[in-house]
Design a protein around this ligand. Structure first.
Ligand code: ADP
Length: 454
């Protein structure tokens, strides 16, 4: 059921309690882009559609326009896409006065077909493939991030040097320290809840200034929508409080990184769980074992979608709770995949590979695509690993750099078939561009190390 119906919005606009509608798309980086409509115009006409430049699905974090995308280019003139509001996503944004938001699907200006590489379309395609097999996926993404004492603007003005985390010590599960942060975290929980995002809890995480926000599991598309809106809200509410929130996967080499673990389970169309079998080992059904075998087998091929930047790979370090091996375990946090809720109706697999910088639509789509392959090929799930997985030398590795992950993706016939050649080539180009830009830049590290001594 819609959180805010169009009829209610129309009444609120007439009454003057709502004056602004954020009409948003999700870009390749998982960010909200779009326009702020006067609410009167939205309820009159823009609710049907609006337009945006098609470069929004071909830029990098800095809005550069790299060459090499088949979908759009200077040569093609950077035309328009249609932004089609999905009115089921209409919701109040209580942290912004008189403001509501809606998420849009991206549609080709001429054919009116969904733009295949738009993140929502990428995920919808995998949801449809799963439905063809008679399943729906319920998923949850944990959001980890760091809070800093100063605002984003002050930090930028300091050249990103003035980075003081909001707490002075590792605050994992700490109540005293997190009480000190309630000025930011309490409005995040409460405003998101009022926006129809089913927040479960927030907690301190295992580093100075690190937070975790948990949202109740939901259908895959709703889960990705929730993640995107919550991430945006965290940054915006922290900014309102004069603080900075960062979802960079690894902001300092001496600090642990931030993750976005993905919990997943399959359900039958009648709403019964497809992962739970009381008679199965650990309560796992045959369906679950096959799906999870696919997750593990194909993890290297989808790593770009779990770790999309150069920086993402700095997180994969032994002894930091970030995984380096594509192997599963039972409630063991050192493995790439961790079985949760063993022996219960809540049995599920948690993928621990993804960083806090992932795009949830692409990451969830990639997970489902791997799982579908496991189901189709009836893959066999190996034995879980016990003990310290970091020391499990023979377990397969997750690609350790963006360059390696990009080459693995390039060679993935599985993903090309599942997502489409054009979509894969589009995201390979995005990953190549990240590498090219990094390779071009001389870093502070190189100067400090070699300026005098090289
Ligand atoms: P932990 O803290 O041990 O990782 P939690 O109990 O906090 O585990 O649950 C983590 C996430 O898993 C929560 O966001 C929850 O909504 C989600 N979750 C619970 N059951 C399921 C399920 N059957 N399928 C997918 N996600 C689930």
């Amino acid at each position: 059921m819609a959180i805010l119906t169009f009829e209610t919005l129309t009444e609120q606009v007439a009454a003057g309690t709502v004056d602004t509608v954020l009409v948003c798309l999700v870009d390749m980086q998982g960010r909200l882009m779009g326009k702020r409509f006067h609410a009167a115009n939205f309820v009159e006409s823009a609710w049907e559609e609006t337009h945006c430049c098609d470069y929004l699905l071909a830029t990098d974090l800095e809005m550069a326009t790299p060459e090499g995308y088949a979908a759009t280019s200077w040569e093609k003139g950077y035309g328009d896409y249609v932004m089609k509001p999905d009115l089921a996503t209409l919701r109040p944004l209580p942290w912004l006065e008189g403001t509501v938001m809606v998420l849009c699907d991206i549609i080709d200006h001429h054919t009116h077909a969904p733009v295949p590489h738009s993140p929502r379309a990428v995920l919808k395609r995998q949801i449809a493939r799963l439905a063809d097999l008679g399943f729906t996926a319920k998923m949850a993404t944990e959001l980890e991030f760091f809070l800093f004492e100063n605002s984003l603007d002050d930090i930028r003005k300091s050249g990103f040097r003035d980075l003081t985390p909001i707490s002075g010590y590792n605050e994992d599960y700490h109540i005293l320290q997190t009480t000190k942060e309630e000025g930011v975290m309490r409005p995040i929980r409460n405003h998101l809840h009022a926006a129809g995002i089913p927040v479960e809890n927030s907690k301190g995480e295992a580093e100075t200034g690190q937070e975790e926000l948990n949202i109740r599991y939901a259908d895959a598309l709703a889960c990705a929508d929730h993640h995107t809106i919550a991430k945006h809200a965290v940054k915006e509410i922290a900014w309102q409080q004069g603080r900075a929130a960062s979802f960079l996967a690894k902001w300092h080499h001496d600090k642990v990184g931030s993750s976005s673990h993905i919990h997943q389970s399959l359900w039958h169309e009648d709403g019964t769980g497809a992962f739970y079998d009381p008679g199965g080992e650990h309560g796992m059904s045959a369906t679950m074992r096959r799906y999870c075998a696919g997750l593990i087998r194909y993890a290297p091929e989808v790593t770009v979608f779990l770790a999309p930047y150069i920086n993402s790979y700095k997180r994969f370090a032994a002894g930091t709770f970030a995984p380096t091996k594509t192997i599963w375990s039972i409630d063991n946090r050192t493995a790439g995949f961790r079985l949760c809720g063993a022996g219960t109706g809540g049995v599920r697999m948690e993928c621990r590979i993804g960083g806090s910088d992932l795009n949830p639509y692409l990451a969830l789509a990639a997970q489902i695509a791997c799982g579908i392959e496991g189901l189709k090929q009836e893959l066999t799930l190996g034995e879980p690993l016990r003990g310290d997985v970091y020391k499990a030398g023979d377990a397969p590795d997750i690609p350790r750099s963006l360059r390696a992950a990009t080459e693995t993706l390039r060679g993935s016939t599985m993903l090309r078939e599942a997502m489409g050649e054009d979509v894969i080539d589009h995201y390979i180009r995005a990953a190549e561009w990240e590498q090219e830009e990094f390779d071009r830049v001389v870093t502070d590290y190189e100067i400090a190390r070699g300026f005098e001594r090289a």
